[in-house]
Write a protein that binds this ligand. Structure first.
Ligand code: PMP
Length: 360
């Protein structure tokens, strides 16, 4: 029989939120709502949909791998050089590219306990050793992570805020951490939810780039920009680092529709503002509603809330499913007594709270 590399044998595949169509197929439920993948509840904007429709005419051609228009728009928006940006098929692809470039057998990749699952899969899939540093109050213990850096450490993944816990660290904590990490270790700062973050002390990774050649940011169009289905993410870092990663980028990794949609989404500030406004109201409503049920929530400042269930989470998750409400079970993260709920539309948020009330 065929022989995979030994580290591939033990891999656990990523378990995504249950799609609405799967619930319909499996349980025959049609009017379900999905608050399980931190997507944009307002969806893809009308302007973006129009841009995509127009671009459908040229799908017979390969996309331009470098995504020049999107690159120019994004560089201008962030005030960085065009050579500082790398696009990926979702930021997930960037995470795998980073591991291919910097990790492998005999090297260590450091993450926090409860960190976003894609880091572990990417690190282990290249044969690197994954070092999980115990969390502090469910969030990253940056002191312990910095202290754990050793001679074989190549990469550290930080998610701010972290998914699935929602916890975030402050500007001061990030700066202290960056000051401690040796220059030969690449620090990846995953800011998938940056636009949605409301916390005052939330650091902007972009401001830290000039002083730290070993820092790389990842961001995505999947959340605030509502393009999860098109798969578009990017990295921002020093040009030398980006040039290195460009060497292992698949030639046409970002498809034509994603490129066009990304440009249109960047230009549609109204949709972004509506998204942020909906999120602020929804986050407060969900936090309040969960606490009124007597449930403990983890601190949340993005577009999702992780909360303790009064016993094991799985029966609550399944009871919600049967009533057409999809949230995220966190068993794969070693959190058997928590569920994660994403902010939806006002109507979806109310339905979630009402259904949860019935289930509890
Ligand atoms: N990082 C974090 C912290 C996330 O929560 C997600 C989405 N689940 C991603 C990265 C990946 O996003 P995408 O691949 O859609 O850009």
């Amino acid at each position: 029989s065929v022989q995979p590399m030994p580290w591939v044998q033990g891999l656990q595949s990523y378990q995504p939120g249950k799609p609405l169509a799967a619930l319909e197929r499996e349980l025959g439920i049609r009017d379900a709502i999905k608050l399980a993948s931190n997507e944009n509840p307002l969806g893809t904007s009308a302007r973006v949909q129009e841009a995509i429709s127009a671009a459908c005419r040229s799908l017979g051609r390969y996309p331009e791998g470098a995504a020049p228009e999107l690159r120019a728009a994004l560089a201008a928006k962030h005030g960085v050089a065009e050579q500082q940006i790398l696009f990926g098929n979702g930021s997930d692809e960037i995470i795998t590219m980073l591991c291919r470039a910097f990790a492998g057998p005999g090297t260590e990749v450091i993450v926090s306990q409860y960190a976003f699952a894609a880091y572990a899969i990417a690190a282990r899939s290249v044969g690197a050793e994954l070092v999980q540093v115990a969390a502090r109050d469910y969030g990253h213990d940056l002191d312990a992570m910095a202290a754990r850096v050793g001679p074989s450490t190549r990469l550290i993944f930080l998610a701010n805020p972290n998914n699935p816990t929602g916890t975030h660290f402050s500007s001061a904590e990030l700066d202290a951490f960056l000051a401690r990490v040796p220059a030969q270790v690449l620090v990846v700062l995953d800011e998938a939810y940056a636009q949605l973050m409301s916390a005052q002390d939330y650091p902007n990774g972009l401001e830290r780039l000039p002083a730290h050649p070993n820092l790389l940011l990842t961001r995505t169009f999947s959340k605030a920009y509502g393009l999860a289905g098109l798969r578009l993410g990017y990295a921002v870092a020093h040009p030398e680092l980006i040039a290195l990663l460009e060497r292992l980028r698949l030639p046409f990794n970002v498809n034509s529709l994603a490129q066009v949609a990304g440009c249109a989404a960047l230009a549609d500030s109204e949709h972004l503002q509506a998204t942020l406004a909906n999120n602020a109201v929804g986050l407060a409503l969900l936090a309040d509603g969960l606490q009124k049920f007597g449930l403990t929530i983890l601190p949340a400042a993005g577009n999702f809330i992780t909360f303790f269930t009064p016993g094991p989470a799985q029966p609550v998750y399944e009871a919600l499913l049967r009533r057409g409400v999809i949230v995220r079970p966190l068993l794969p993260y070693g959190m058997p007594s928590h569920l994660r709920v994403s902010v939806g539309t006002p109507q979806e948020n109310r339905r979630f709270l009402q259904t949860l009330g019935e289930v509890l």
